[in-house]
Design a protein around this ligand. Structure first.
Ligand code: C5P
Length: 251
């Protein structure tokens, strides 16, 4: 399958699904809330492009760790990320439903979801220069509409004018159980308590950082997934999208 580059100058025009004229859908929330499953299904149902912005931050983290640099040197991390060619591609049969990630042509899809990257991704994502580079790309990709993007700051910073904004959440225990299942499917081992702690640490860093912290946009719809199946949540979000599309047609 052809690569779906996240280079904004190419991506919006090379995806055959993007005829334009569609709405933008922003899905934010803490780790393990089920954002990527929801976003992917909504994008598939609407025929829109799906952008997993967490995968971009994971790729940036891999770039910094692979060079074995001091990640406290924010200028150096930012320079490395600016010079890296980060691309995303649709999931294939080997990637277990996950978006594939390429850095400078190498497939890093598996390693970017490893525990070591997960441990360092929040500190790297808090670096202002890194956020500027990735958020600029995301904004350009989203500029044509017909996109579903998930992350932490999509409704607040990247796509503040998105027609549909969802803030997805669930209790740390439920989120950790989902992560554990995810990790087991990828052949990784972990215990639930450690994952709960990891998730809480990541949420704390993500929601207290100075730049673009994780928070619900004022006009986002809050959905708690503890007591709802993924099918119910997908249907709720698709209904929100249908309403926006119908309202747009009437204008
Ligand atoms: O979504 P995922 O759990 O893969 O995201 C990994 C990390 O990337 C988050 O914990 C957060 O630190 C960072 N991130 C971010 N802004 C986004 C998406 C992800 O800071 N829009």
């Amino acid at each position: 399958m052809e690569l779906q580059t996240i280079d904004a100058s190419i991506s919006p025009n090379t995806d055959p699904r993007r005829g334009g004229g569609g709405i933008s859908v922003a899905i934010d929330g803490p780790a393990g809330a089920g954002k990527s499953t929801l976003a992917k299904r909504v994008a598939d149902a609407l025929g829109y492009l799906y952008i997993d912005t967490g995968a971009m931050y994971r790729a940036a983290t891999w770039v910094a760790l692979e060079q074995k640099i001091d990640i406290a040197n924010h200028d150096l991390v930012t320079r490395l990320v600016a010079n890296a060619d980060i691309q995303l591609a649709a999931p294939d049969e080997k990637s277990q439903g996950k978006v594939r990630v390429f850095v400078n042509g190498s497939d890093v899809s598996f390693i970017v979801r490893s525990r070591i990257i997960t441990k360092f991704v929040s500190p790297i994502s808090a670096i202002g220069g890194v956020r500027t580079i990735l958020a600029d790309k995301q904004k350009k990709i989203g500029a044509n509409g017909s996109v579903v993007m998930d992350g932490r700051d999509i409704g607040t910073v990247v796509l503040p004018h998105a027609e549909v904004k969802v803030f997805l959440t669930a209790s740390p225990e439920v989120r950790a159980k989902r992560r554990l299942k995810d990790m087991q499917q990828m052949g990784q081992t972990a215990d639930l308590q450690t994952i709960i702690e990891d998730i809480k640490t990541r949420d704390h860093i993500d929601s207290t950082r100075e730049i673009a912290p994780l928070k619900q946009a004022e006009d986002a719809v809050l959905i708690d997934t503890d007591n709802h199946s993924i099918d119910q949540v997908v249907e709720t979000v698709l209904e929100l999208c249908r309403q926006k599309l119908a309202a747009r047609r009437e204008q």
